[in-house]
Design a protein around this ligand. Structure first.
Ligand code: NAI
Ligand code: MG
Length: 365
C-alpha cells in the first residue's frame, strides 16, 4: 500500500517550497509510492477560521498518516488573542520529542574551508521552554523567574535517540563507501554542568547511562558499542563549532542550548534555505525546513526549495528508506556544486521552480 504523508504547507514560502519537496518525493527512483494528504494549518488559516491547527488535521495525522511534512508558519511577534503556534502544538500532540537537524556542507564548494557534517539532536519538550515564568514586585523593583525542567525520562530518551542517529549515520557512511567524510560515529553531550550541576548534571548522567543500559539490556554486546562518546560545555561548544566544525558528529543538547547552537551551525553552510530538520518521536516523523515563512520573499518564486527537499529526504531516511534519501542528497549536492541553478540567497538568479527542475533532472537524467 502507498505511504500516506500529511502535507501542511501552512504560510508564506511554505506554500512554494513544500510542493517542490512533494514533486521530488514522487519522482525519486527507488522511493516508495506515496499518497499525499493536504492538511490545513497556519496563521492564515487561523485568520480565516479562528484555528491555527484544526482538530481534523491532528486526527488525520494520528489516524491515517504514516508521516508528515510541515512548511512554515508566520507566527506574529505580538500576542494575538486565541492564537498559538501550530508547530509547537503538533510536536506535543504527536509526541515528537526530538528535533534532529543535520548541518552539512557541500564538498567542492567554499564550504570546504570549514567543512561541517554534523547532526544536532535537540530535546524538544522541556528545559526553559516549559514556559513556567513568574514575576514579582520587590523593594528593589521587579524580579522575573523561569523554571528550567530537566527530567531523567526526557534526557534518557533524547540520549537514546542521539545514539540511534549516530548508528544510522555510521550505516549510511558504510553505504556511501569511500565518499564518506568521516569514519566511525561519536555522540557529544552538550551541557553546562560545571555551573548547573543539578539540572545539566542530570542531563549529562542520563545521556551517559544510555550506552551502559543498552549494553546490559542486550546481554553484554550493546547496539551502541561502536559509538564513542564525549562532552563539551555549551560555551566552548560554540567556540569550537566556529573554529573547527569538522570535529563534531552527533551533538545532543537540552532544548535551549540545542536551539542556539543549531541556528549558529546553520550559519556555517551559507543560507537558512539549505537547512533541514525532522521532528521525531518513537514511531512518527515530521520533516520541516528550519527556516520560517520569509514574508519578505513570499509569493515571488524566489525561495530556495532545498531546505524543504532535504527535509523530505531526511523524512525518507528516518522512515526507513535510506537509498532514495541518498539519491536526493546527491542530486541536491550536485546542483549546488555546479552552481548553475541557485536562488538569490546563494547569490544566484534562478527561481524556486528552476532549482526544483534542476534537481529533478539529476534524479532522472
Ligand atoms: P525566516 O526564516 O522566515 O527568514 C529569515 C531570512 O532568511 C529572510 O530574509 C528570508 O527571506 C530568508 N530565507 C528564509 N528561508 C529562505 C529560503 N528558503 N530561501 C531564501 N531565503 C530564505 O525568519 P524570520 O524572518 O525571522 O521570520 C518570519 C516568520 O517566520 C515569522 O512569522 C516567524 O515567526 C516565522 N518562523 C517560523 C518558523 C517555523 O515555521 N518553524 C521558524 C522560524 C520563523
Ligand atoms: Mg530557533
Amino acid at each position: 500500500r502507498a505511504i500516506k504523508l500529511g502535507m501542511m504547507p501552512a504560510d508564506g514560502i511554505g506554500r512554494e517550497v513544500l510542493p517542490s519537496a512533494q514533486r521530488v518525493l514522487q519522482s525519486t527512483p527507488g522511493a516508495p509510492k506515496f499518497e499525499f494528504i493536504q492538511l490545513a494549518a497556519g496563521f492564515e488559516h487561523f485568520q480565516k477560521t479562528g484555528s491555527a491547527l484544526p482538530q481534523e488535521t491532528v486526527d488525520r495525522l494520528k489516524n491515517e498518516c504514516d508521516g508528515a511534512m510541515f512548511g512554515s508558519v508566520s507566527s506574529p511577534s505580538h500576542k494575538v488573542e486565541g492564537y498559538s503556534s501550530p508547530i509547537v502544538k503538533l510536536r506535543k500532540e504527536l509526541d515528537l520529542y526530538a528535533n534532529i537537524r543535520p548541518v552539512v556542507g557541500v564538498r567542492g564548494t567554499k564550504d570546504d574551508e570549514k567543512f561541517i557534517d554534523s547532526v544536532i539532536v535537540r530535546e524538544n519538550t522541556e528545559c526553559l521552554y516549559i514556559k513556567s515564568e513568574t514575576i514579582e514586585s520587590t523593594a528593589e523593583g521587579q524580579v522575573a523567574k523561569a523554571i528550567r525542567q530537566i527530567s531523567e525520562k526526557a534526557s534518557t530518551r533524547i540520549g537514546k535517540k542521539a545514539f540511534q542517529v549516530a548508528l544510522a549515520r555510521a550505516e549510511m557512511r558504510a553505504k556511501q563507501g569511500s565518499s564518506a567524510t568521516k569514519q566511525g560515529a561519536n555522540v557529544t553531550i552538550c551541557h553546562k554542568s560545571n555551573v548547573l550541576s543539578t539540572t545539566d548534571g542530570l542531563f549529562r548522567t542520563s545521556v551517559r547511562s544510555v550506552k551502559e543500559n543498552d549494553k546490559r539490556e542486550n546481554g553484554g554486546e550493546g547496539l551502541f558499542e561502536q559509538i564513542t562518546m564525549d562532552e563539551q560545555l555549551v560555551d566552548s561548544m560554540v567556540y569550537r563549532l566556529f573554529r573547527e566544525p569538522h570535529v563534531f558528529d552527533v551533538v545532543v543538547a537540552p532544548n535551549l542550548y540545542g536551539d542556539i547552537i543549531s541556528d549558529g551551525a546553520a550559519a556555517l553552510v551559507g543560507s537558512l534555505g539549505l537547512v533541514s530538520s525532522v521532528n521525531a518521536g518513537d514511531n512518527f516523523f515530521m520533516g520541516e525546513p528550519v527556516h520560517g515563512s520569509a514574508p519578505d520573499i513570499a509569493g515571488q518564486n524566489k525561495a530556495n526549495p532545498i531546505a524543504s527537499i532535504r527535509s523530505a529526504a531526511l523524512l525518507l531516511e528516518y522512515m526507513g528508506y535510506p537509498e532514495p534519501a541518498l539519491k536526493i542528497y546527491s542530486a541536491v549536492d550536485e546542483v549546488i556544486r555546479e552552481g548553475k541553478y541557485l536562488t538569490p540567497d546563494l547569490g544566484g538568479k534562478s527561481t524556486t521552480s528552476q532549482v526544483e527542475e534542476a534537481i529533478l533532472k539529476k534524479l532522472n537524467p
